[in-house]
Design a protein around this ligand. Structure first.
Ligand code: BGC
Length: 733
């Protein structure tokens, strides 16, 4: 049960009153979510027109002329007639007010619209992509960026974001790994709760907060082969131990909406899965929010092949407990007949309508549907928001390798190579809402802002361009070379799964060329997923994982390069050495033949089984020593203490991580699992005792009978710098 229930007596009474006045059509309208649709100008789709342009079948001028004739149908008549409950993907405050005016003043019952947009890591002020930000291991950072995103979004009159994505992602091929907090269930659950707090605040009706949406329910990240939209086949134990807890954390934090996933789980598409909505959300978790389908997912059930007609898709979906149809129109076109034929009961329909209206009341839309159109200008990308974006970017950077070349001296002659160094747009990353490339600081901009004299030569890019002579010429006089490498923003995100997560194009060749010329090489990686960078790790002197960091990317990276900021970020995903290792994650089960030097063990014949960088990993400009680990069990708490010493010469912040293994259990258990962490500031030479408490109840799992149990017995407990740390002790429950 959520700590912030949406169900309140006075709201329920208002909803009842409203529902009693509604016609069948008006009720169904509330369950329909649509966006503007392109009208005229084309006899074939825009996408195909673009392909024709790329293939040279039409000229740029012809393409542009056609696009300029294109008009959007804003479906104003449908809003007026009460046929739309929620509108999505508009980014114009005047339009938002206009639509709300039509809905509240020109429709019969005056019900305001839920206006939704994917505000995933900022609206106009763009923060690091979620995967990057998760590397901050910092609830405050997670919450703050959502709070700012909410403030900007609300200023535009947009009242609903389709975020956070809380899918666990263990397969780096999956492009949407960029949108979540990585591979770990405990960390993602903390991330989920913090994001919900940030977007919604304590009072959902506050003018600077918006409705959040935990997505995609469920197990979307387990897409087979890492291929987006693919099937997820798994035991119920894995579903519950690994994929469900972040959603539960979001529900406990009061998330007002949840989005169903595109995939099927064990043969049932999530969209029509009564177990997920009626059983888990409503019966088991007492969830009082609203559930929306993913885009067109209702009609896509025909392609899944578990229904024959669009009417059946609508029937199965609403009967499963899903409330709102995003984009497919199956509800609006079929629910009336289904209700009249008794295939969908009035009770089921009313329940869904009630769930939608509850959000509208809780968000205060009936009281204040409009916004001040002058507000966005004051709020969007204001100084305070940019400062928070810089702070988040700094905390997201992970230093992966440093043989001493970093931090750089500001007096050094620096050559910068690689097209990504000049790219502003790629800093935005996937799902950048209203983010603008011109608001981003590229790596080159960042270096210039520091007053550095640099020689820049593009030299190579991620799609295969390579000019060895130009590279050699540019670096000839340099003391050190910075190579900007990785991925463009389109290479991760939705529908951007990769079969090869190595460095694309001739990037490794460029790195080797620079090293062969005898130059120290600092590789700065911009990417939206873990990359298989074993070769680069062998070549480069330093590797800075900079992800897609948003507006302040270049400033943040530069501060790290020069040591003005001592990096603190830690990986939340394992970095494989080869795509063939995917899915690769630290909390795997041991097997009966754990990987070892023995041939008949759980490993590969051709490459080592270990990753290049483990979960939790990240260097800084100082080092930490761990000693004196102690653990005691006190009632329902496991209390672990360790001494951590900063043994270097600069101040730093260490993220102390706590892992546990249930040594013998009725089902096989992971070799270790994160159960707690704490960030501690340590001055050079300083030593501190760090204590982390773990709730006994979090050490359980779903047993063979699908009962959550904490089995008595011995446990191993580690505290250390990352998931490969070896300082451990034992305790017994
Ligand atoms: C994505 C969702 C997103 C929706 C609306 C879908 O394709 O899977 O995550 O919220 O589009 O833009």
């Amino acid at each position: 049960m959520s700590k912030y229930p949406l169900k309140k007596l006075e709201i329920e009474e208002k909803i009842t009153e409203l529902i009693n006045k509604m016609t069948l059509d008006e009720k169904i309208g509330q369950l329909n979510q649509l966006g503007p649709s392109p009208l005229g100008g084309f006899e074939i789709s825009l996408k195909e027109k673009k392909q024709m342009l790329e293939a040279g079948r039409i000229t740029k001028e012809e393409f542009e002329a056609e696009v300029s004739e294109m008009k959007w149908d804003d479906r104003e008549d449908d809003i007026r007639e009460g046929k739309i409950g929620s509108f999505l993907s508009i980014r114009d405050v005047k339009k938002v007010n206009r639509f709300q005016k039509i809905a509240t003043e020109e429709s019969r019952l005056g019900i305001p619209l839920l206006i939704g947009l994917d505000v995933v890591h900022g609206l106009r002020t763009i923060f690091p992509i979620p995967l990057a930000e998760s590397c901050a291991w910092d609830d405050e950072v997670y919450e703050k960026s959502a709070e700012i995103a909410a403030r900007e979004t609300a200023s535009m009159g947009i009242n609903w974001t389709f975020a956070p994505m809380v899918d666990i992602a263990r397969d780096a091929r999956w492009g949407r790994i960029a949108e979540g907090a990585g591979e770990d269930t405990y960390l993602t659950s903390r991330f989920a709760a913090a994001k919900v707090r940030g977007f919604q605040g304590k009072d959902l009706s506050a003018p600077d907060r918006i409705v959040a949406c935990a997505k995609h329910f469920a197990a979307y990240g387990a897409a087979e082969g890492g291929r987006d939209y693919n099937s997820a086949n798994m035991s119920l134990q894995t579903l519950w131990d690994t994929y469900m807890p972040p959603f539960k954390a979001a529900v406990d934090a009061g998330v007002a909406t949840i989005m169903g996933a595109f995939n099927d789980i064990n043969g049932i598409p999530c969209t029509t899965n009564p177990y997920l909505y009626n059983e888990v959300l409503r019966n088991m978790w007492d969830y009082d929010g609203m559930v929306v389908s993913d885009s067109c997912a209702v009609s896509e059930c025909l392609l899944h092949g578990n229904v024959e007609t669009r009417a059946d898709a609508a029937m199965e979906t609403i009967n499963a407990g899903l409330d709102m149809d995003m984009h497919s129109k199956c509800f609006i076109e079929n629910l009336k007949d289904l209700v009249l034929a008794g295939k969908v009961s009035t009770e089921t329909l009313d329940k869904a309508v009630r769930n939608v209206l509850r959000i509208k009341f809780a968000a205060g839309l009936f009281d204040h549907p409009f916004v001040d159109e002058a507000l966005p200008e004051k709020v969007l990308l204001c100084k305070e928001h940019r400062a928070a974006a810089l702070d988040a970017a700094l905390k997201s950077i992970v230093l992966l390798k440093n043989n001493g070349v970093l931090p750089l001296s500001k007096k050094a002659k620096i050559a910068v190579i690689g097209e990504l160094a000049e790219s502003r747009s790629d800093m935005l990353g996937t799902w950048a809402a209203m983010g603008q490339a011109e608001d981003c600081v590229s790596l080159l901009d960042g270096l210039k802002n520091q007053g550095c004299e640099i020689i820049y030569e593009r030299g190579f890019n991620v799609s295969g361009e390579f000019d060895g002579d130009a590279i050699l010429k540019a670096i000839a006089d340099a003391d050190v070379v910075i190579a900007a490498m990785g991925e463009t923003k389109d290479m991760s995100g939705e529908a951007s799964s990769l079969a090869d997560i190595g460095l694309h194009g001739r990037q490794n060749e460029a790195a080797k060329l620079i090293k062969a010329a005898g130059k120290p090489l600092v590789s700065v990686l911009f990417n939206g997923r873990p990359l298989a960078i074993e070769e680069l790790n062998d070549t480069a002197d330093a590797i800075v994982e900079a992800w897609h960091l948003g507006n302040e990317a270049g400033n943040a990276v530069t501060k790290v390069l020069f040591g003005d900021y001592n990096p603190t970020g830690r990986l939340t995903t394992t970095f494989p050495r080869h795509t063939g290792q995917c899915p690769l994650y630290y909390n795997h089960v041991p097997t009966g033949r754990p990987a070892s030097a023995v041939q008949h063990s759980c490993k590969y014949y051709d490459i080592p089984v270990e990753p290049v960088f483990p979960f939790g990993f990240g260097l800084s400009y100082t080092e930490y020593d761990y000693s004196d680990l102690k653990v005691r069990v006190l009632g329902d708490k496991i209390i672990a203490t360790v001494s951590v010493k900063n043994t270097g010469t600069v101040n730093g912040t260490e993220t102390v991580q706590l892992y546990v293994r249930d040594k013998v259990a009725s089902l096989v258990r992971p070799v270790k699992e994160l159960k707690g962490f704490k960030k501690v500031e340590l001055k050079a030479g300083e030593e501190k005792q760090v204590t982390i408490e773990v709730d006994k109840n979090t050490l359980g799992f779903y047993n063979a009978k699908m009962k959550y149990v904490v089995e008595p017995g011995s446990f191993t407990l580690w505290m250390g710098h990352d998931s490969s740390s070896s300082l451990c002790t034992e305790f017994t429950l």
